[in-house]
Design a binder for this molecule. Sequence first.
Ligand code: NAI
Ligand code: AKG
Length: 530
Amino acid sequence: MANYRVLVSDPISEQGLAALLEAPEVDVDIRTDLTPGGLLEVIGGYDALLVRSQTQVTVEVLQAGVNLRAIGRAGVGVDNIDVLAATRQGVIVINAPDGNTISTCEHTFAMLLAMARKIPQAHGKLKGGAWDRKSFVGVELNSKTLGILGFGRIGSEVAKRAMAFNMRVLAFDPFLTRERAEKMGVVMASVDEIVEAADFITVHTPLIKETKHLLSHDQFARMKPGVRLLNCARGGIIDEAALVEALQSGKVAGAALDVFESEPATLENPLLSFDNVVVAPHLGASTEEAQINVAIDVGRELLQLLRDRPFKNAVNLPSLSDEAMRTIAPYLDLAEKAGRLAAALAEGPVQKIEMTFAGKLADKQTDPLSRSILKGLLGYHHGEEVNYVNAPFLAEQHRIQLTETKTTRHDLYADLLQVTVQTSQGDVTIAGTLIADLGPRIVQINDFKVDLAPEGTLLMTEHLDQPGMIGKVGTLLGRADINIAAMQVARRSQGGMALMILAVDKSLDEETFEAIQYVSGIQRVREVAV
Ligand SMILES: NC(=O)C1=CN([C@@H]2O[C@H](COP(=O)(O)OP(=O)(O)OC[C@H]3O[C@@H](n4cnc5c(N)ncnc54)[C@H](O)[C@@H]3O)[C@@H](O)[C@H]2O)C=CC1
Ligand SMILES: O=C(O)CCC(=O)C(=O)O
């Protein structure tokens, strides 16, 4: 009997999905004929949805997908998925960013050569029966300047091939360092420098707010006459209306477009009517190899996710190397439990959460730990709906101020994570560490030093430090047949406030809980399952 149901709603290589299809705990339905309405009807029955670029994963699809844990995209761009809505709902979005890099790069190069040598136009003419050797005089790539906007996986592969054609490459990417540019043999340049100097310009960025119409009227005005443009990334990075004008004026000598502002592109798009514009219907990733690769990658990642094992290509979660994940993993549970305990002890609406990572932890990538703390803390009140994906989002939605501090030194522990929750009624602080041979320990609750394994059901009392308190509570628990597994007592000063923590074998019934509350000297009682 399968535990998980996965819906594949776009054509994705079954050869690549073999591991997923063969997994005994997964039932995969391949239904590439679903209409948007049909998808809404069935999605509620699935734990995960696998798509390519056709299926539009809208907020409505997500809302109807009440059991969805993940959306997998067999490819790079996730612009057909409402990632924000998925994040809000706690649905993980994974993609397959590496599998189609080479195919898309090669396609860009094929389009570049096709445009430079007018191959599609000549091909059409000859197939039409005309032997025309005059109309298709092209240009060489040799010694020309290629400007690359977006120097990620695909952009940098395009650069390598351009250099093999003896092109001079200028590159712009907000994350490109001079060191890397030099190592790759490209010249780091600004967008303005590129548009002014390049003979060919190719874009390889995602389509985001900052890259929408990255090349528009202003940039076209500064370009060299006779410039040629390529877009094998996303329609809309080059402003299509501006491109039409620049083609009409002759400023742009040619364009090669794999992608369009509106897809599928139809004859209504004026760009399709220019003889000097080479087009393809979004074929960058359409090779046998790329389709198998992306299917393998997304299938494997989804399987890991469903099996609660580490996966790395989540779009709406921090990305960690295997090594970083290994070092942080032992603290995840502790962080969540510290958050849970803090929530259990805090009174009133949470206003601020301060997270501190001290000692060795300060050098680590702590985003997963802060997410775990928030998951524990917010999950205490909101239950199962809170997960690693939506916890920061929920905090923001509740206008909770978050702070994170790192300090490499700690006087007592090699590493320590601490969470302080601020409410209108005061602060609650929980700190924990990992102790060799003992595992996770809570070592501080407010200003009480404790040493506690965060497991099972904990009963905590704040009471006056006076004789008989432990006995009274113990007697009440005994009378209710509740066994005490472990006990910790801490006090600020003799006769002052004290804290008692009892690990109990079962949850307290209402009557016993109330009886403990009424024990003289007890100020607060809390029970928390960690
Ligand atoms: N035509 C097709 O079939 C395919 C298209 N693509 C598209 O290609 C694009 C690039 O893919 P990858 O190289 O794999 O992604 P990538 O994430 O490796 O590279 C994108 C680069 O763009 C840079 N960038 C972001 N904002 C920028 C800005 N304002 N100016 C300049 N650079 C900026 C990023 O820093 C990053 O280095 C994506 O949009 C993807 O969807 C990818 C595969 C197939
Ligand atoms: O699935 C496809 O063919 C589209 C590929 C693509 O555009 C991407 O991976 O971003």
